[in-house]
Design a protein around this ligand. Structure first.
Ligand SMILES: *[C@@H]1O[C@H](CO)[C@@H](O)[C@H](O)[C@H]1NC(C)=O
Ligand SMILES: *[C@@H]1O[C@H](CO)[C@@H](O)[C@H](O)[C@H]1NC(C)=O
Ligand SMILES: *[C@@H]1O[C@H](CO)[C@@H](O)[C@H](O)[C@H]1NC(C)=O
Length: 242
């Protein structure tokens, strides 16, 4: 009898393999903290932390708290938005499903600590702490509606500011333009700017060479960083016959 049980267990173990055994006991290892990234896409109003839906073990829920760095422990917990409810807000880099936490009423030039805790079915939990000042995490959404009009020896670029940047009058944006091309299969690029307008006429491009053009937007005084690059547009200045 005992021998039969032993054989059955051995068979089961060899069937599962070492890797599967780890999966059977998730509490044996601390679960990973959420990979949180916080940014402010409309200074000074909208700050948001987001993190990808985990691919392996799904946590039951998240707890989000924040406080000013020099204040006592946070008392309130806030609602986090699951990926399903916000499927329109995909991470542009990876199109991954993202969780979101919108931070209300942040003060300017103030240090904050955000604590996003993943609570797993086994009741184990794992926290990610971020600390930042709103001014350091400013990152507009990319400019939209980039258009190129090739001229005789130049090209006119026009674009529109990101629609999500609410206070364009008080906090204007500046822009960088990136040109990419290939020389014998090797990618090259050059960034030019900043431009404080939403158009630029460029005369430096080589005629007959195909370029890929993109634009990014940054707060005019240089708060935070430039947005992700906009959608790309191709342009080739025609060769002029003399
Ligand atoms: C925390 O919450 C309790 C009950 O909701 C409240 O009585 C207390 O004043 C709060 N503390 C802080 C520091 O906000
Ligand atoms: C983060 O939040 C979790 C859940 O509320 C809490 O257990 C943990 O102590 C917090 N961590 C810090 C450093 O405040
Ligand atoms: C733009 O050019 C790239 C190669 O340089 C090409 O892969 C892409 O399909 C082009 N896009 C359009 C819209 O023509």
């Amino acid at each position: 009898m005992a021998k039969a049980v032993f054989v059955a267990v051995s068979l089961l173990l060899s069937f599962l393999g070492g890797h599967a055994l780890e999966d059977l006991s998730p509490t044996a290892f601390p679960p990973p903290p959420p990979m949180v990234h916080c940014c402010c896409s409309s200074y000074p109003k909208v700050a948001r932390c987001s993190w990808p839906e985990p691919t392996h073990s799904s946590p039951v829920h998240y707890i989000a708290t924040y406080r000013e760095t020099n204040q006592p422990l946070a008392n309130n917990t806030y609602q986090v938005i699951p990926p399903v409810a916000s499927s329109s807000v995909l991470d542009p880099a990876s199109s991954q499903q993202m969780w979101h936490f919108q931070l209300p009423n942040l003060k300017l030039f103030t240090d904050y600590i955000v604590n996003i805790t993943a609570v797993y079915p086994s009741n184990s939990h794992s926290s990610h702490l971020s600390s930042f000042m709103l001014e350091d995490i400013v990152k507009p959404d990319p400019p939209v509606d980039l258009r190129v009009s090739p001229k005789v020896r130049s090209v006119l670029l026009e674009w529109s500011p990101p629609l999500t940047w609410d206070n364009l009058d008080i906090f204007p944006l500046k822009y960088q333009i990136r040109f990419q091309w290939n020389i014998r299969g090797k990618p090259k690029f050059v960034n030019i700017g900043p431009f404080e307008t939403t158009s630029a006429e460029l005369r430096e491009l080589r005629t007959g060479r195909p370029y890929v053009v993109q634009v990014c937007a940054q707060e005019l005084l240089g708060l935070g960083e430039c947005s992700e690059w906009s959608e790309a547009v191709n342009v080739t200045i025609p060769k002029v016959k003399l």
